[in-house]
Design a protein. Structure first.
Length: 186
């Protein structure tokens, strides 16, 4: 049951601390990995984004961090004057621009191999809000068609029109929400 003293001393000698050079090597290796995986990609992305912002010229269509689509009217050193609607101009900081769009609405620049803003598949035809509202209105009219001949058809059509307007508003909000999600999902 008792451990031989010579055997115990041999076991204690086996658990020596790593040398100073091994410790320094491990710390340097961790620092290099940290730099390569975290710091360097961020620096590259920042340089590419700055180059994109420096390439903005009058007439470009842009997207801001707030999700505003605008047309550049005037370029200054640190700011841009953009038109967000007819005769509605605002001044924004260049750093708030996240993407520049070409004539087709696609991103002109890529940052670290990925588009800055998520692009829609433009070849895929999607129904407009008005088409969706019309479909909903038709469905409501079919569902609420008068079951007995005494029920007035005008009230049913009015209900269908009200529900179609509500559906149109909801679809419009969903479309705006989708655009915001696209911008934020980058």
């Amino acid at each position: 049951m008792f451990i031989n003293p010579a055997f115990a001393q041999a076991a204690a000698g086996a658990a020596t601390a790593p040398s100073l050079s091994q410790t320094v090597f491990q710390l340097v290796a961790i620092a290099v990995i940290f730099y390569l995986l975290l710091i360097r990609p961020g620096q590259i992305k920042s340089k590419q984004e700055q180059a994109m912002r420096d390439a903005i010229v009058k007439g470009d269509k842009i997207i801001t961090k707030g999700g505003i689509y605008a047309k550049v009217v005037k370029v200054e050193e640190k700011t841009l004057v953009v038109e967000i609607a007819d005769n509605t101009k605002i001044t924004i900081v260049k750093s708030s621009v996240i993407d520049i769009l070409d004539a087709d609405g696609k991103s002109k620049f890529e940052v670290v191999g990925k588009p800055v803003a998520v692009q829609k598949n433009l070849s895929k035809e999607q129904p407009t809000v008005a088409e969706k509202a019309k479909e909903v209105k038709e469905e409501v009219v079919k569902e609420e068609a008068p079951k007995d001949k005494k029920a007035p058809a005008k009230k049913t059509a009015k209900k269908a029109s009200t529900k179609a307007k509500t559906a149109k508003k909801t679809a419009s909000k969903a479309k705006k929400s989708d655009k915001l999600k696209e911008v934020l999902s980058k």
